[in-house]
Write a protein that binds this ligand. Structure first.
Ligand SMILES: Cc1ncc(COP(=O)(O)O)c(C=O)c1O
Length: 460
């Protein structure tokens, strides 16, 4: 491992603060504490510039499905870049790796005869999907169908379209007006149900909220519903059984498209290749958005698939006049193909399902006063951190309990991310073993308990 002298470390930190505008980071914290510089990764572990190795509990931003340090992914990138680093796919050009990847992905999807378009990430995939949905209705002679229904707490990215669909206030504040025509309803957050219901007496009011919104807007103006099957960044909300199917039925009733954002869920994270492969989700979307796990973050690639129904409209029109310079980038596609091969060969989807059970069971068994709810599917999981697990009472949001847990976790050998609302993101790489998950649970439990004791002692 490359080691850095104290001087080099200080130089790097100084230059970071002076020159680098970080994505979604606190400038105050950076100026006060400096950046945390990560220099290497292997398996589920990353090592910082000081030489300390920690478990990456969030797999980067929910994406590193095959784990760090896979030389074969670097090799395939080198090979493709040497042979053909780039050629556009505009104007009818193509190349073998994009053709192979489109075929591979299309054959995996729970969709009707899908066609696959490529992007560089999740926001581009979502923007592409909204344009596709509106374009579809425009081609079909219904240009008034432009509204898209999303949910509070949804996260679909930060470009102007994706942010319009995103339902997190903190991300939107100060950037409005965004792309018009997006409308939000309450999410399926069962632990703190926005409708005041308990699962035992729930009638899927959260799904009915979509229908109410359609009727309020007028079905003749609504193009689509868009949603993550399990809402990730908003707090890991696993919907109750029947919720997604009920929304699909609403889409069918009012002639709307169903847009399925599997940017986090896709490519194995939920314990199936796609979240919609789970029986209790089971919707066949018209359009699916993907990114992250398609390359495990080895290179930026995203994708959007459209069903036969949507594609046949594009064929009527004669083309889809939308594209990014890097749509179908040869190096990205070659890496994606190799990454999917690894996921398949090493049975990582099955591992995510099996290990996910052990992870949740381990966390629940800790029986800690600050662990309100542990929820998830496969290896997309969240812990709702609370002041009192018995009543579900939360700490004051301004006290920063979730952030304090991440700070203690860092000291105890974990890279942990706090989501809005004091919810910990627990989504390690899909290669994680039983022993590693037990170690993660042990360190996380100790971190939560220490932060909790501090907060109680401070009267927070
Ligand atoms: C569900 C979902 N959609 C879209 C995005 C946006 O992806 P990107 O950051 O690659 O633009 C994210 C990112 O976390 C996401 O979680």
């Amino acid at each position: 491992m490359a080691s850095y002298t104290r001087e080099q470390i200080e130089e790097l930190k100084k230059a970071d603060v002076k020159y680098f505008l970080h994505p979604s980071s606190s400038i105050t914290d950076l100026e006060k504490n400096g950046p945390k510089i990560i220099v290497e990764g292997k398996g589920i572990y990353v090592t910082d510039v000081e030489g300390v190795t920690r478990i990456d509990v969030g797999a980067g931003l929910w994406l590193n499905n095959v784990g760090y340090g896979r030389a074969e992914l670097g090799e395939v990138a080198k090979e493709q870049a040497t042979k053909l680093n780039y050629f556009q796919a505009f104007g009818g050009y193509s190349h073998p790796s994009v053709i192979e990847l489109a075929k591979k992905v299309a054959q995996m999807l729970p969709m009707d005869n899908p066609k696959v378009f490529f992007t560089s990430g999740g926001s581009e995939s979502n923007d592409t999907a909204y344009k596709l949905a509106r374009h579809y209705w425009w081609i079909k002679g219904q240009p008034k169908k432009i509204n898209i229904i999303s949910r509070n707490f949804a996260y679909h990215g930060v470009s102007c379209g994706a942010l319009a669909a995103t339902g997190l206030k903190a991300n939107r504040e100060g950037f409005e007006p965004l792309m018009p025509g997006f409308h939000h309803v309450e999410p399926p957050y069962c632990y703190k149900c926005p409708f005041g219901k308990k699962l035992e007496c729930c009638n899927l009011e959260c799904a009915d909220a979509v229908e109410k919104k359609v009727l309020e807007l007028g079905p003749e103006t609504v193009a689509a519903f868009t949603g993550e099957p399990i809402m990730g960044t908003g707090g890991v909300f696993v919907p109750p059984a029947g919720y997604l199917k009920k929304i699909k039925a609403i889409c069918d009733k009012y002639d709307m498209l169903y847009l399925d954002d599997e940017v986090i869920c896709g490519f194995g994270r939920t314990g199936k290749w796609f979240a919609m492969d789970h029986e209790d989700f089971g919707v066949q979307p018209d359009i699916m958005m993907m990114a992250k796990g398609i390359t495990s973050g080895y290179i930026p690639v995203g994708a959007v698939a459209c069903s036969e129904k949507v594609f046949s409209a594009l064929r009527e029109r004669g083309g889809f006049y939308h594209g990014f310079t890097y749509s179908g980038h040869p190096v990205g596609c070659a890496v994606a193909l190799k990454n999917l091969e690894i996921i398949e060969k090493e049975n990582l989807v099955e591992n995510a399902a099996k290990i996910g059970e052990r992870l949740r069971e381990g966390l629940r068994k800790l029986n800690l006063p600050a662990v309100g709810e542990v929820r998830g599917k496969g290896l997309i999981n969240g812990i709702d951190l609370v002041k009192d697990a018995k009543t579900g009472e939360k700490f004051d949001p301004s006290a920063g309990f979730g952030v304090r847990v991440t700070e203690v976790a860092w000291e105890k050998g974990l890279v942990l991310r706090n989501l809005i609302g004091d919810i910990s993101q627990i989504a390690p790489p899909l290669i994680i073993t039983e022993q590693e998950v037990d170690l993660l649970v042990e360190r996380l439990g100790a971190s939560i308990q220490q932060a909790y004791e501090e907060f109680i002692a401070q009267g927070k």
